[in-house]
Design a protein. Structure first.
Lengths: 223, 223
DNA sequence: CATATATTCAAACAAATGTTTCCAACCCGG
DNA sequence: CCGGGTTGGAAACATTTGTTTGAATATATG
């Protein structure tokens, strides 16, 4: 256990390679050679490639869920006296802050968001199940708070809008490199993640507060 | 050339498998066996797996760009007399209608959107380049029209918001199956794509028209 | 009909993948 | 100094991948 542990060296290398090329396109040999670690080390320490992928996620999601829970505890405690409802802006703000805090410690927000994007897009059946089972409860708690913050929104509408916003954020931040290339070609400004989050905020808030859609046309009358 | 051509049978099978699992996770043997076609047929007709992937996209994007161009022609012609500016809502509406029309002919909007999502998320270097080179011009034309429709928006802000909205739509529609499962568990309503588009419209419009973000804090003074 | 061209097919190929094995090196408490 | 459990390492393993081959078959052409 002299310099960076073999395990953490594998995790460090794996997460950036996964983020860059995806899971299937990143071979164990690719990881181990770049990490200067023996090929067998992955299977020795993690058991399989699947487990390595899950471990990569766990290293982000464990601290994230922990912090997010305590952040929500704080928020609820602070609003306990005045009637339970936490404003939507504060909820979104809290989530954003937590998401930004966790990977900031290792300067790898981009990697984190890209991994989240992959978890959604790459079917990788086992991954979605793992994340849902392991970390679903925080999200449930959060959506319940959002529900209380937006009592006028029909349940279905709020559900979809939350996922719309999730899509906006994950898509943007996970495809950030490609977008940044285009953006820098058109306007030479170099955009940072924090800059993007600043731009995202009003859009997300406006989207959540958008007027309700017109009811479906030609709907079957009161079934 | 009796029943469904070998080439189209390959394309039909490949596009749904690609959409379900991604490109790297879908093997040629997987495609050919399900399509009841000989393994060598793919390399015979398309040359390589890469070319097959591009062909799958071309079958959607060729008709799409053609229709979109003529739709924009119509729109410009209709607004020619009154001073050039086409309202943002009409632009978005036109794009949405075109996106919905093309795959509707084969009842595969879901597949189309999922493929678009993959094109973004799966690095697959060659794919992004191919799409950009082959179909970039329509998007350029569209963004220029959007620019004229939103003269108050700074260029950079409009650029990013367009991509935010793109993210919302692609993410939602491409992850639709998973989301639909969750939605149906919570509210038994079965959501259709058209229903989702109806819900998306006000959110997207509100996002584009959101107030400008506060300027970055602690910015270096006039460089 | 005969010939040439296009397509299909089964088999094999080389390369790359995740995983396992087995032995050497190491570390640390006795 | 030693000895047992943990970690590191080279090689081999069994699969799976995309691709190629060459013969068989169908299709079209003169």
């Amino acid at each position: 256990m002299a310099q960076p542990d073999t395990v953490t060296r594998i995790l460090d290398t794996a997460e950036v390679l996964f983020a860059e090329r995806g899971f299937a396109e990143t071979s164990l040999r690719n990881i181990t050679s770049k990490a200067k670690v023996n090929l067998a080390a992955v299977n020795y320490h993690f058991g399989s490639k699947k487990s390595l992928i899950q471990a990569v996620f766990a290293r982000y999601l464990d601290p994230f869920t922990a912090r997010f829970h305590t952040a929500l505890d704080d928020l609820e405690a602070r609003h306990a006296g005045e009637g339970d409802e936490i404003p939507l802006e504060e909820l979104l703000e809290t989530m954003a802050r937590t998401v930004l805090e966790v990977p900031a410690e290792r300067n790898s927000l981009k990697v984190f968001m890209r991994l989240l994007g992959l978890a959604y897009s790459q079917a990788q059946g086992h991954l979605r199940r793992y994340i849902q089972d392991e970390y679903g409860s925080v999200f449930t708690r959060f959506t319940e708070l959002v529900r209380r913050a937006t009592p006028d929104l029909p349940d279905a509408e709020r559900f979809w809008r939350l996922h719309f916003m999730l899509g906006t954020v994950i898509f943007t931040l996970s495809g950030l490199d490609a977008l940044r290339d285009i953006a820098e070609k058109d306007y030479d400004e170099h955009v940072t993640v924090r800059d993007l989050v600043r731009r995202l905020r009003p859009v997300v808030v406006a989207g959540m507060n958008a007027p309700l859609p017109e009811p479906p046309v030609a709907v079957r009358q009161a079934s």
